[in-house]
Design a protein around this ligand. Structure first.
Ligand SMILES: Nc1nc2c(c(=O)[nH]1)N[C@H]1C(S)=C(S)[C@@H](COP(=O)(O)O)O[C@H]1N2
Ligand SMILES: [Mo]
Length: 320
């Protein structure tokens, strides 16, 4: 099958980053990353993040942050899904460092008054950054708690003035098999695509992330720009976005194309709806302890109070 839920093996070197390699890759990025509001000379926000990555100015938004112990920087950046760089959990950290994230353009198209191709700097400039601690629950039954740096997707979308026909928002990842060796394999149809209903996209919890642990996103976590939708399974959080399209019809999504019986369009975290091959009732918090004991999975990943109203009257077994 496309990925194996049981393939996890603890990577004993997961917290040993190679500072030289990361530093060199980051130096290349830094040269043009002015729009990321770099604050030179500031103290590292977390001893867990490598000093080689540029610091981002971002105060924590307490209202939208989970009060749970953070997953370590080492685990967040060494245990990844980014199939463009391979299917192994440690492939992205090893193979994504050479991805060129500058210059970077994002194409805005479809049912909007203002469409066009914008530089990353244009995309980011008007948006103050904030930190939000969100749970990430992968469909594979593991979870993390991640301090993202970003801004609400709604603030960006509104700038382009969606028309009344804009019912969905579709996202596309870079397609470049030269830089993304996994795209030479047929794991998924490339480029990776995802989508949200417009009210999901506009929900205040939906975040566009440009950093984590107070610094620019490492490539393996989706630099320079990735989606974070905390009440949905991790695969909705599309990485390294190059296109945002407003559509009238529900857009295709990569995992749904690959295995429609296993991955739905909605992909809301739901302990009551099993994946066909395993239960979704519990999860293993990465790095939480020697045995990483499982804990119950919460409806909407714990965000039910905020987002359950979006799905009022919908049969969530049918629309999984
Ligand atoms: N372009 C792209 N985005 C992607 C993926 C991918 O393979 N390609 N994997 C998804 C999956 S399955 C998960 S769980 C999250 C993982 O995000 P993280 O590696 O930053 O924890 O990214 C999602 N976004
Ligand atoms: Mo995932």
């Amino acid at each position: 099958m496309f990925y194996n839920v049981f393939e996890y093996k603890k990577n004993s070197s997961s917290s040993e980053v190679t500072p030289e390699g990361i530093y060199l890759a980051r130096r290349r990025l830094l040269t043009g990353a002015a729009a990321l509001a770099l604050a030179g000379g500031k103290a590292a926000p977390s001893a867990a993040a490598p000093a080689a990555l540029p610091v981002l100015e971002a105060a924590r938004n307490a209202r939208f942050s989970a009060a749970e112990p953070l997953t370590s920087y080492g685990d967040i950046t060494a245990y990844n899904n980014f199939y463009e760089f391979g299917t192994g959990k440690d492939d992205p950290q090893r193979r994504a460092q050479a991805l060129r994230t500058h210059p970077w353009n994002v194409a805005i198209s479809g049912e909007v008054e203002t469409s066009g191709v914008f530089t990353l700097e244009d995309i980011l400039k008007p948006h103050p950054l904030e930190e939000r601690v969100y749970r990430l629950r992968c469909v594979e039954r593991w979870s993390m708690v991640i301090p993202w740096v970003g801004f609400p997707l709604a603030d960006l979308l509104q700038r382009f003035r969606p028309t009344s026909k804009a019912k969905y928002v579709a996202f596309t990842t870079l397609r470049d098999p030269k830089q993304m060796p996994g795209q030479r394999d047929g794991w998924l149809d490339w480029p990776y695509v995802e989508g949200l209903r417009i009210d999901e996209a506009m929900h205040p919890l939906t975040l566009l992330a440009v950093g984590l642990y107070g610094r620019v996103l490492p490539n393996q976590n989706g630099a320079p720009l990735r989606l974070v939708v905390p009440w949905k399974y991790g695969f909705k959080g599309i990485k390294s976005i190059v296109a945002i399209r407003f559509t009238e019809r529900q857009p295709p999504t990569s995992w749904n194309i690959a295995a429609p019986d296993e991955y739905g369009f909605y992909a809301n975290v739901n302990p009551a709806v099993d994946h066909p091959r395993w239960s979704q009732a519990s999860e293993r918090r990465i790095g939480a302890g020697l045995f990483e004991a499982t804990q119950p999975t919460l409806p909407f990943n714990g965000y039910a109070a905020e987002v359950a109203p979006l799905y009022r009257g919908m049969n969530l077994h049918r629309w999984f």
